[in-house]
Design a protein around this ligand. Structure first.
Ligand code: F3S
Length: 405
């Protein structure tokens, strides 16, 4: 911070230390990796791009592995997908500015699915809320929900302030959530996350399910009607909870790595008897569907395989984009899944998501999704009319070009 490593590092250390002082951190902790948000040119704009270029010119470089959140477009197929040329030019400039700072060009909200999964108890500085939730809850790594600049500052200094979810005591359950209704699809898990996030706002929920027996091996296999894997359901749960509230960590009885460390005696209780309220809040009234958006958070290989099998022998009427990480797309290409999806008229779109893409300029007005997080954000962030339902309902909507309730 005295400046001997250059003005760029000094600025980064000032950000890390300022946050530590605000949150009362006793010291700093070395990080294993950083995940940086603020990548889409739609959100960052010219001022943000200038800031990145200045920081790079001051000699700042990452000293820990760092990767990016989704950008505003597919960095390779943007032209054929209809992204405007000027937007593409500025978006490429943003990614290059990050690359100059040493950040990998990997643009995804699921870095843990494509070679960047942290280990148990590793400290991170990740920014994307769904990835933060998954890393803390399902993988047992430790990260607060960083802002874009603070995640970048942590990557440049190799450290973050030790507060919040870096500390054992803040990772214990604060509320026991008893789920008394069955969850039959990944969409149901997302709606549960939406409801709990809305009611709890913050804290660490501990989920206990009346109809889900985690001690049985079958709980880990595909049992829901949409064929989703448990990991993908947990991904949907955490993403929605972090969208409707500021919940960055949860426990699931018998499943998540730190659940046994949480004393439950005397915790306040919340009961969830029905998901209806959540479905009513997320599902709109549009009949005609311009685009079906799956892959929020970015699709896993298993989710791509699931959709590919639903599309076999079908032909789509409306656009269907499944957003995913580029590395997952490459794996899906090798597995023949991209060809299967494209044969029906769908697209496997890498590097971006509908919330941070310039959707209005692409001409879409209505969207169907199986993601509670996407359904929560799309009306306000993209001005889209939204229908929300299971993966099967969404695929059916893409086939018919309309939503059938
Ligand atoms: Fe990822 Fe975008 Fe959803 S960043 S979690 S696909 S809103």
């Amino acid at each position: 911070m005295a400046g001997e490593a250059g003005a760029g590092v000094k600025k980064a250390m000032q950000i890390v230390v300022a946050l530590g002082e605000i949150y009362g951190a006793a010291n700093l902790v070395p990080i294993d990796s950083a995940q940086v948000s603020g990548v889409s040119y739609k959100n960052l704009g010219e001022a943000g791009l200038e800031l990145l270029n200045q920081w790079a010119a001051q000699g700042a470089r990452t000293r820990r592995p760092a990767f990016l959140n989704p950008a505003g477009m597919d960095l390779v197929a943007w032209q054929e997908l209809g992204f405007p040329v000027e937007f593409a030019r500025r978006q490429q400039a943003v990614v290059e500015a990050y690359a100059d700072l040493g950040v990998e060009r990997t643009c995804t909200c699921t870095p843990y699915l494509c070679g960047n999964a942290p280990e148990y108890r590793q400290h991170l500085a990740w920014a994307e809320s769904s990835a933060v939730s998954y890393a803390n809850s399902v993988l047992g790594a430790r990260t607060n929900r960083e802002g874009g600049p603070s995640a970048l500052a942590a990557a440049i200094t190799g450290r973050t302030a030790r507060y919040g979810l870096h500390l054992d005591e803040n990772r214990l359950a604060t509320t026991l959530v008893e789920v008394r209704c069955p969850l039959t699809s990944k969409a149901d898990w997302g709606v549960l996350g939406l409801l709990v996030g809305q009611k709890l706002r913050q804290g660490v929920p501990f989920f206990r399910f009346a109809y889900f027996r985690p001690e049985l091996p079958s709980a880990r296999r595909s049992r829901t009607t949409d064929g989703s894997k448990l990991e993908d359901r947990l991904k949907a749960l955490g993403a929605a909870m972090a969208a409707s509230g500021a919940v960055a960590m949860f426990h699931v009885e018998g499943i998540t790595p730190e659940e046994t460390e949480s004393p439950l005696y005397g915790l306040p209780k919340m009961k969830v008897e029905s998901l209806d309220e959540g479905y009513t809040a997320l599902d709109g009234t549009a009949d005609k569907i311009d685009i079906v958006s799956l892959g929020c958070p970015h699709a896993s290989l298993a989710e791509l395989a699931n959709v590919a099998s639903m599309l076999e022998g079908r032909r789509l009427t409306s656009a269907l984009w499944i957003t995913t990480a580029r590395a997952t797309r490459e794996a899906a290409t090798h597995a023949g899944l991209v060809a299967q999806i494209e044969a029906a008229g769908g697209r496997v779109v890498a590097d971006t998501c509908m919330v941070v893409a310039p959707v209005a300029e692409l001409g879409f007005r209505s969207l169907a999704t199986d993601s509670a997080k996407m359904a929560f954000y799309a009306p306000s962030h993209c001005g889209l009319a939204v229908r929300f339902g299971t993966t099967e309902q969404c695929v059916q909507a893409a086939i018919e070009g309309a939503w059938s309730s």
